[in-house]
Structures are given as structure tokens and as C-alpha cells.
Ligand binder design. Structure first.
Ligand code: NAD
Length: 397
């Protein structure tokens, strides 16, 4: 991998750690970890791309507690795979993306799996109706769920919850989220935003001259709420990097923002989201209305047709699309990508019905699930507008 970069003229130095950035003199102090040597290197432009780190476990750990692991790097994955030999009961702390992906993998390896999630439902950044479908799928696959629970102690062969419940465990996987790695940045005077990640301009520059930031350590602006958000996602990091790199090389690029579009698989279901959840939209001062609809993924008489559940959130008066979450065993990725593009284009729920989408029975019903959702929310918002108009007229006359 470093060789591939070097072949492209990039002086990639692995096993080198930056200790300090001297922004006044435009110097970085670096330790060569193999040679044990520290030296300084000058820069014209500097990119901070220090990523995120896994949140540590906050619980008392007894000396005889089961081993705990975190999944951050490929090396962690290899290490976990080796440690799983002989393990029968795995407890996963955190019901987010990594927790659920690991729960599925462990069940497929034949382990007993329990997931502990402190929020009232798994994947708490999704709306509850969607999380409930995911919870049903987990239970259907014999994953034990403990929601609304926090771990207070890892004891001999057990995980102890705040309600006193004890779950047997041979091994514990901690997947309780990530935080931006910003120690180097703050020591250099680089400002953080309200999210705790590095505040950046549309050009991905920081408040310190000639220093840029990109990836999981940096904020983005949300396209719908127009607020700074922290979205530690791989595709966002790549898009950040292109913009920062172009500007650092003398070009002129701007980062247009994020919708937080994401997808993951849990057993037979794909689960995806884009834009704001209902709760996010309310918190952003908007007036959302949401509906959950279900529709077949293909013409009903075609084999492979599955139910697609769409939770669509729109502005209650204008009908403008604000966010969407999709769960199902078919057509989830194309549905979420269609809505992501529609939100980006500032379309309304009713516009979805007018989209000219690909139709043939093996691929879609005549009206795609996304159009059914658009039709339902379009009607809801039209009714609300009419009621509002009637009320206003009532006051006037
Ligand atoms: P996450 O933020 O998705 O989930 C962490 C979960 O742990 C949350 O549900 C949170 O409520 C819960 N939690 C926090 N503290 C807890 C505690 N003490 N006890 C019980 N539950 C607790 O984070 P993750 O799953 O660790 O994933 C890390 C990052 O990787 C995320 O930012 C995610 O976006 C990214 N990721 C994305 C994908 C994808 O897009 N497909 C896949 C894997 C990872």
C-alpha cells in the first residue's frame, strides 16, 4: 500500500507519528517509530486527517472479567477473529452500526449473542418505527436485546447492567461509538465546532492559516438543516479529502455538504437513511410530518418481490422532502439513493410521484415504493395546507 502511493509520487511514511505542529514556523515534529528518531519537517500546506477513535468502555472491570475488544482497524478484526476461538457467548455493547454488523457476524459463526444498547431502541439515530423492524429481525435471528440499559460492571464471566441484570459473557465487544481525534489540532490552536470535531470552511480550511482538515476529525454542514454536523462516514471522508486536496494544491473547490446517507445490512434486511430523522428535523426548528408506508419492491406476481418499509419525513406545509429511512430485503439501496438525490434537488413529496423511474415487473411495480410514499405524504401535506387555509379564511370572514 505505501508503495502504491510512492509510485504516484507521494512520500508516504508509515510508522511515523506527528508529535507537534508549529503553525507559526510551519513545521511538524515527527518521530520515526522504527528508528526511534525525532525530526522536523516543513510544510507549505498541512492537512489534519487524524480520523476518529473508538469511545472507551466506561464500566468497572474486575480482574477476572471476560476479555473486551474494540473493532477499529483491520488488525483489530484479525485479532478478534483469533480470540473468538473457544468463545460461545458474545456480549456486544452498543446497538449502532458496528454493534449490529458484529452481532450478525457472530450469530453466523454460531455464537450466542446479546446486544446492550443504552438508548430505548437500537440504531437510535433512526426513527423508532424503523428501529423496531430492525429489532424484530435481530430477535428473529436469536440475538438477545437489552435496550435502555447501561453496563456498570464487567464481572467474572458476566456483564452487569444498571438494573442489576447479569448477562453471561465469554467475550465483550465494545462498539459504543467514536469521537473525533483532535488532540494534535487543538494543541496547534485549531478551533473545534459545537459538535466537538474540527470546524472547517466550505473549502475545508481551519481557522489556522495553511492548515486544512478532512475526514472523521472534521465537521460538515448539513444540506437540509444548514447546521454543522459531525458525520464520521467513509464516503464523506473521501469527498472532504478531494475538496481539501484541490484547494491545498492551488485549486478552488467547495464542499457542498452532507445528507448523512448511510446503509447497512442486518441479517436479511438492508437498513438505510438519508437527510433528517423526524426528531432531527424538529430539533432543527423545522415542522416535520412523517409517515411509514409499505409497498412491494417488484410487481407482486414476480418472484423476489419483498415488502419495502419507507419512513418519509417532509415539511408539513411545503411538502419539501427532509429525510427518509428505508428497511427491507429488496430495493432498499435504490430507494434511499432516489430520495437522497430528490432531497439534494429540493423536491417535494408530490414530485416523487412525477419522477420517470425505471419500470419492468422483475425490477419494480408500476409505481415504485418511493412514489407510493411520495403520494401518501403529498396527500397529508395537501390536507394540512387546506385545513390551514380554511382556518385562516375562518378568521378573516
Ligand atoms: P454508533 O454511533 O453507530 O453506535 C454506538 C451505539 O452505542 C449507539 O447506539 C449508542 O447509543 C450506544 N452506546 C453508547 N454508549 C453506550 C453504553 N455505555 N452502553 C450501551 N450502549 C451505548 O457507533 P459504532 O457502531 O461504534 O460505529 C462507529 C462509527 O462507524 C459510526 O460513526 C458509524 O457511522 C461508522 N460506521 C458506519 C457504517 C455504515 O455506514 N454502514 C458501518 C460501520 C460503522
Amino acid at each position: 500500500m505505501p508503495e502504491a502511493f510512492r509510485a504516484d509520487g507521494i512520500d508516504m511514511r508509515t510508522r511515523h507519528r506527528v508529535e507537534e505542529i508549529d503553525a507559526k514556523r510551519a513545521l511538524v515534529t515527527v518521530t520515526d517509530l522504527e528508528a526511534g528518531r525525532t525530526y522536523t519537517e516543513s510544510y507549505d500546506q498541512l492537512l489534519i486527517a487524524t480520523g476518529a477513535r473508538a469511545s472507551p468502555l466506561k464500566a468497572a472491570v474486575s480482574p477476572t472479567a471476560p476479555p473486551t475488544v474494540q473493532l477499529r482497524t483491520l488488525a483489530d478484526a484479525d485479532c478478534i477473529a483469533n480470540m473468538l476461538i473457544g468463545v460461545r457467548k458474545l456480549v456486544v455493547l452498543g446497538g449502532g452500526y458496528i454493534g449490529l454488523e458484529m452481532a450478525e457476524t457472530a450469530r453466523k459463526l454460531g455464537l450466542d449473542v446479546a446486544v446492550v444498547e443504552m438508548a430505548s431502541h437500537v440504531i437510535p439515530t433512526f426513527d423508532e418505527a424503523v428501529s423496531k423492524l430492525v429489532e424484530e429481525e435481530l430477535r428473529r435471528n436469536n440475538v438477545q436485546l437489552f435496550t435502555g440499559s447501561r453496563v456498570v460492571e464487567l464481572d467474572s464471566g458476566h456483564v452487569v447492567l444498571d438494573n442489576g441484570e447479569r448477562i453471561a459473557a465469554d467475550m465483550v465487544l465494545v462498539a459504543t461509538g467514536v469521537r473525533p481525534s483532535t488532540t494534535l489540532a487543538t494543541a496547534t490552536g485549531v478551533k473545534l465546532g459545537a459538535t466537538g470535531a474540527i470546524a472547517v470552511s466550505h473549502r475545508m480550511s481551519t481557522n489556522v492559516k495553511r492548515i486544512y482538515a478532512a475526514g472523521d476529525c472534521a465537521e460538515s454542514r448539513h444540506v437540509v438543516s444548514d447546521r454543522p454536523v459531525w458525520m464520521p462516514l467513509g464516503d464523506v471522508a473521501n469527498r472532504h479529502g478531494r475538496v481539501a486536496g484541490t484547494n491545498m494544491a492551488g485549486g478552488n473547490a467547495t464542499f457542498p455538504g452532507v445528507l448523512g446517507t448511510a446503509i447497512f445490512r442486518v441479517f436479511d434486511l438492508a437498513v438505510a437513511r438519508t437527510g433528517l430523522s423526524h426528531a432531527d428535523a424538529s430539533a432543527a426548528g423545522l415542522f416535520p410530518v412523517s409517515e411509514m408506508i409499505k409497498a412491494p419492491s417488484r410487481a407482486r406476481y414476480m418472484s423476489g418481490s419483498k415488502t419495502v418499509h419507507i419512513h418519509l419525513t417532509v415539511d408539513r406545509l411545503s411538502g419539501r422532502l427532509l429525510g427518509c429511512q428505508v428497511v427491507g430485503a429488496d430495493a432498499v439501496d435504490k430507494t434511499i439513493d432516489t430520495v437522497a438525490a430528490a432531497i439534494w434537488g429540493k423536491l417535494t413529496a408530490s414530485d416523487l410521484l412525477d419522477l420517470d423511474l425505471a419500470y419492468a415487473p422483475p425490477f419494480s411495480p408500476v409505481f415504485a415504493p418511493v412514489q407510493v410514499a411520495g403520494e401518501v405524504l403529498g396527500k397529508v401535506t395537501r390536507t394540512m395546507r387546506n385545513e390551514l387555509a380554511a382556518t385562516v379564511m375562518g378568521y378573516m370572514f
